[in-house]
Design a binder for this molecule. Structure first.
Ligand code: GLC
Length: 439
């Protein structure tokens, strides 16, 4: 990828780097078995057996305006919906297969309704598209690493025409890029083993994507995945189809993300609220709101985004537990979003008591732990113009308390000046102090 293309990537991803927080939505037929979106793979389910869910899929309580309202309430600025997952079930009225939501009892173009609802809510819209398609007869079955029928010799690949599959796959992507208005993100998933790059005819695919929707940003999984490899996006010479952002999965990179040349690379950690992407009725291992806030702050403190997943149930409802968590996150975001949106890595490193995010000369101290004595801004003596508690704008004053005189190179403050201490913290999850630095 030439420098110019990296410069173009920087322009394309500016809104993304400011938005910082998005909603991932994994929904499809797999919500009926309710054992996660890889249920067919794990249980080696034959096509005919999986089809029984097709005739049950009603989307009876699907109301994407409610989804959009929740995302907005949580402070999310963009969303990504699975238009098609690995099972091949299409949530839009594709002309290239009958395995689609408009042919189920739902009889609805779920993608169209999602896009309309989220745009109406002022939320940028993305679509996830699976490069794998376990339903398609020309996709490798026997011996493939992931196919549900990978161990069945009767599912040999002699009569499968992969070029015909690629034509089908590109055709479906063209449908989404031409039939549904302006999309902000195309989230491809995923490459593995030899199934990567030009195996997907990625060059011609990206030429099509860039010509049809030049502004759109694309993840790195035409070459990579959330695990084995990021593809060439982190190398000194990213390919034309290396994507606009790196997509670490179910983890947050230890030190943010830079290329081999040391250039910052846009990145987004995609993380589930429990332990499943698709709805799993038995999975009650929910991350609480505090953990979500701290994941988001960690991502932003390392110049990255958090794409947080919800997995609606068979009827189209976001699980109640997810709703409660996102509403609580939203309450924190309503007070402290300025310390997230448009913020990124701070030159001040990580403080003992929490994290920093920064936007120009505004440094945001995310305080997780009280400190006995004044709260220490290490090495920042003489660098601070003023401090304000972000939630209510109240003044926070620096202190030169008698027991701090021996540390003149640092700056200290009390959140509770009357009692001369910092506990209890005003916000037990994350108390944010906005520090205006002297220019
Ligand atoms: C992994 C999972 C896939 C999920 C994706 C989200 O690739 O296998 O099911 O959609 O992560 O990043």
């Amino acid at each position: 990828m030439s420098n110019n293309t990296i410069a173009e990537r920087t322009v394309r991803t500016q809104w993304f780097n400011e938005a910082r927080f998005g909603m991932f939505i994994h929904w499809g037929l797999y919500a009926i078995p309710a054992r996660g979106e890889w249920v067919r793979n794990r249980e080696k389910t034959p096509h005919e057996e999986y089809l029984r869910y097709f005739d049950e899929f009603t989307a009876a309580e699907y109301n994407p305006r409610e989804w959009a309202a929740l995302a907005k309430k949580a402070g999310m600025k963009y969303a990504v919906l699975t238009a098609k997952h690995h099972d091949g079930f299409c949530l839009w009225d594709t002309k290239l297969t009958d395995f689609k939501s408009t042919n189920t009892p739902a009889k609805r173009d779920l993608v169209k309704e999602y896009l309309e609802a989220f745009r109406e809510a002022g939320i940028k819209v993305g679509l996830y598209f699976s490069l794998l398609d376990w339903r398609h007869p020309d996709y490798p079955h026997y011996g493939d690493r992931c196919h549900p029928l990978r161990e069945d010799p009767a599912q040999g690949n002699e009569n499968r025409n992969f070029d015909r599959y690629i034509e089908f796959m590109h055709g479906q992507i063209r449908e989404l890029l031409t039939g549904y208005g302006k999309l902000d993100i195309m989230w491809f998933d995923y490459s593995y083993g030899e199934m990567q790059g030009e195996k997907w005819k990625a060059q011609s695919l990206m030429e099509m994507v860039r010509s049809l929707q030049p502004h759109i940003i694309v993840d790195n999984r035409l070459e990579g995945s959330g695990g084995e490899t990021a593809g060439t996006i982190l190398t000194a010479n990213p390919s034309f189809y290396s994507g606009d952002f790196h997509s670490p999965e179910q983890m947050i990179p230890p030190a943010g993300v830079r290329s081999e040349s040391g250039d910052p690379v846009p990145w987004e950690a995609c993380i589930t609220l429990n332990n499943h992407w698709g709805y799993c009725a038995s999975d009650h291992h929910w991350k609480n709101a505090e953990m979500v806030v701290k994941m988001l702050v960690e991502c932003v403190s390392k110049n990255g985004n958090l794409l947080l997943n919800v997995g609606p149930d068979a009827k189209g409802r976001i699980p109640h537990a997810s709703v409660k968590i996102l509403e609580e996150v939203g309450r924190w975001m309503s007070n402290n979003g300025e310390g997230i949106y448009g913020c990124g890595l701070s030159a001040f490193g990580k403080p003992e008591w929490g994290r920093f995010t920064q936007k120009g000369n505004r440094l945001y101290a995310h305080i997780y732990e009280s400190q006995v004595g004044g709260l220490c801004l290490y090495g920042m003596a003489g660098k601070i113009e003023k401090l304000r508690l972000l939630a209510d704008g109240s003044e926070v004053k620096l202190t030169n308390h008698w027991n701090l005189q021996q540390y003149p190179e640092h700056a200290f403050f009390f959140l509770n000046p009357e009692s001369g201490d910092n506990y209890p913290l005003p916000d037990p999850v994350d108390t944010v102090v906005e520090i205006t630095l002297k220019k």
